[in-house]
Write a protein that binds this ligand. Structure first.
Ligand code: BES
Ligand code: ZN
Length: 666
């Protein structure tokens, strides 16, 4: 009922004129993915005490919430949990009655804990929950030692976004509420958290000088800046730290964590740019608030390119290519420190505020660090991802929207795609151009960050502020410009076209597109020996240009087999260590499932994706493994299944979905 009326109300509101001024937020801003009563009682701080046990693959311990009472006499506090084993609850030190409700498939089991009577609005109390995670905890992946680079010690890492933090600890798992946290984590391997380490020192001897893999050491952390629950993170393994050089007179510190076998390469890949990017972002926006910005290179099953966990960005090891070609991901993740970790979307329906703003800012930074051409080129590359995503949701057009009105209990991961990134970034770029360019827009961005940093907001609060700022700084002319924007089409539009035809600087795309055209034309030549392609065609191109070349080529009809094979060999695409390039080559090679080339390359792609080749590592990043498995499945379903099945445990549980294999096969 509630969710039905929510959708209805928002639909009707969208039709009203002047909706930018007073979008009522009574129902619309309730988080549809949490079962908690966070509007009545909310967590201010959590203190975790955890023991990490690699034998049983369980974290056990407690979470102590400091609760703020927001309405007189709440009778209970409700937490989100998912596959947790709850043992005991106390309120202000006294045993409390609690009830764990039946499991909702997406949201998990609500944990109701009774509160004593007499609690007044504005007061605080504490609740301690003693509990254990389970082997089903979706946030956690426990890796056997064989699945690490060093192959000597097991590994554990978490991925909490969007709503898996509740399988790590009982929480109000909503980005609408921000918390500080303390953690004491005891483990036989070094433990990292998304917070500032208090002890032992990060740059001291590994594992406090104790025997790694054998002795228990307690790591203490504190996150003093309030963060949404999805930024909680833990990684435990044989990890080493290398600080990056101090940057000018900055108060913050940066560095990189990785397994000892990979720390040198990781340091080389990221040490030149990380602090420089962070300093540039400070120049454009405002000061970095989190004190520490470290990177952690994870084992290959990490399902994302990067994840902006507070103080500690998690990265896929496929970024370590040896030529710094993929450091852009770091620009994206550190930009979240302002857009996402600073200003946070109130809930899943407004997710685009995080990713759209971050993508826009990441590309603006590229303009300042490199050139306007580089910025334009990023939008051009994004266009293909956007179109692919929009096409993928043709049967569920609701997910083609920028603002998605999630039903209560609907899974936000089902809607995860490039759409919030690309539609969002394009909307903001369109606004920048509409109000008169960067000279007026950058001061607005600064005020946006200043106004909402530390808060969680909806699209309506963002838009109200936009209007208010331009009213004050420009007046009627700017408001008229803003009113010319088709807000309804941007927010709720479906289909595969943006509301506005966007133009981008295409300087860098030209050469790539020219080359794609030459290959397209070459299909009529039977003897590849007569073609004049050579490695020098791509020698001067950077990774993004090669990507643009391949993406353009993939929009033409499938190449004949002999040409596909020639393409793979002449530019070494079928053997490149750069996964961004390699998976796009396979996309082209498998395009015509009945061709002989597709048969051959399906075999190669299958070996590559599970690491049965010279790379030796699985391609656990979903961006790579999902399209590759889907491509293989179209050519040879049995091969896809036989490749996935024995390697299933090597992939992250959330990566195993959507591979083009039937549910029971996967
Ligand atoms: N926060 C996202 C990753 C994410 C989003 C995880 C939603 C779970 C749910 C992260 O910042 C991100 O966007 N990563 C991208 C990298 C990028 C450069 C666009 C990725 O992993 O591909
Ligand atoms: Zn992001």
């Amino acid at each position: 009922m509630l969710s039905l009326s929510r959708t209805l109300v928002q639909g009707l509101l969208a039709l009203l004129p002047f909706q930018h001024l007073h979008q009522p937020s009574t129902m619309a801003d309730l988080d549809p993915t949490t079962q908690t009563n966070y509007k009545q009682v909310s967590t201010e701080n959590v203190a975790f005490e955890w023991l990490v046990d690699f034998d049983t693959k369980i974290i056990s311990g407690s979470a102590t919430h400091t609760l703020k009472i927001k309405e007189d006499e709440p009778k209970e506090v409700i937490f989100d949990t998912l596959d947790l084993d709850i043992q005991e609850a106390t309120v202000a030190g006294n045993n409390a009655t609690f009830e764990l409700k039946p499991k909702h498939e997406v949201m998990g089991s609500a944990l109701h804990i009774s509160l004593p009577s007499g609690l007044k609005e504005g007061s605080t109390t504490t609740v301690t929950i003693t509990y254990k995670t389970s082997k089903h905890s979706t946030a956690l992946q426990w890796l056997a030692k064989e699945q690490t680079q060093g192959k000597r010690f097991p590994f554990l890492f978490s991925q909490c976004q969007p709503i898996y933090a509740r399988s790590l600890a009982p929480l109000q798992d909503t980005p609408s509420n921000k918390i500080t946290y303390d953690a004491k984590v005891t483990s036989v391997l070094p433990a990292l958290l998304s917070a500032i380490r208090a002890s032992p020192p990060a740059d001291g001897p590994a594992h406090d000088g104790k025997e790694i893999g054998k002795d228990l050491v307690t790591y203490t952390y504190r996150q003093p800046v309030p963060i949404p629950s999805y930024l909680l993170a833990i990684a435990v393994g044989d990890l080493r730290y290398r600080p990056f050089p101090q940057f000018e007179d900055k108060q913050w510190k940066t560095g990189v964590w990785a397994e000892p076998e990979g720390i040198e390469q990781a340091y080389w890949e990221f040490s030149e740019d990380t602090a420089r990017f962070l300093a540039e972002e400070e120049k454009v926006v405002s000061e970095y608030r989190f004190g520490v910005y470290d990177l952690l290179v994870l084992p290959p099953s990490f399902p994302y390119g990067g994840m902006e966990n507070a103080c500690l960005t998690f990265l896929t090891p496929t970024l370590v290519t040896g030529d710094r070609a993929l450091v852009d991901v770091v620009v994206h993740e550190l930009t979240h420190s302002w857009f996402g970790n600073g200003i946070t979307h109130a809930h899943a329906s407004h997710f685009w505020l995080n990713e759209g703003w971050t993508t826009y800012m990441e590309r603006l930074l590229q303009e300042y660090l490199h050139s306007p051409a580089v910025r334009g080129f990023q939008y051009i590359i994004g266009e293909k991802a956007l179109k692919d995503s929009l096409r993928g949701y043709e049967k569920t057009p609701k997910y083609q929207r920028l603002i998605i009105d999630f039903e209560y209990g609907e899974d936000p991961d089902v809607a995860y795609s490039s759409i919030p990134y690309e539609k969002g970034a394009n909307l903001i770029l369109h606004l920048e151009r509409t109000v008169g360019g960067l000279d007026v827009f950058v001061p607005y961005i600064r005020d946006y960050v200043k106004t909402f940093s530390g808060k969680s907001i909806t699209t309506w609060e963002w838009k109200d502020h936009l209007y208010t700022w331009f009213e004050k700084n420009g007046g009627a002319e700017k408001i008229k410009a803003l009113d010319s924007v088709d807000w309804n089409a941007w927010f709720y539009g479906e289909g595969i076209d943006l509301p506005v035809k966007m133009e981008y600087d295409s300087t860098l795309a030209k050469e790539a597109y020219g080359l794609a055209g030459r290959w397209d034309a070459a299909r009529s030549v039977e003897d590849v020996g007569r073609l004049h392609f050579s490695e020098s065609d791509v020698e001067k191109m950077d990774t993004n240009q090669i990507i643009a070349f391949l993406e353009r080529l993939s929009t033409y009809s499938a190449l004949p087999s002999n040409l596909t094979t020639h393409l793979g060999t002449v530019y070494k695409l079928s053997s490149t260590p750069n996964a961004e390039i390699r998976f796009r080559f396979y996309e082209i090679a498998l395009a015509d499932p009945s061709s002989p080339a597709a048969q051959t390359f399906a075999d190669e792609a299958a070996k590559w994706v599970v690491g049965n080749d010279d790379t030796g590592i699985i391609k656990g990043r979903m961006k790579f493994c999902r399209p590759t498995f889907r491509g293989i499945a179209k050519v040879n379903k049995t091969l896809a299944i036989d490749t996935f099945k024995p390697n299933k445990s090597a992939f992250h549980p959330i990566a195993g979905q959507d591979l083009g294999l039937a549910k029971h096969d996967a």
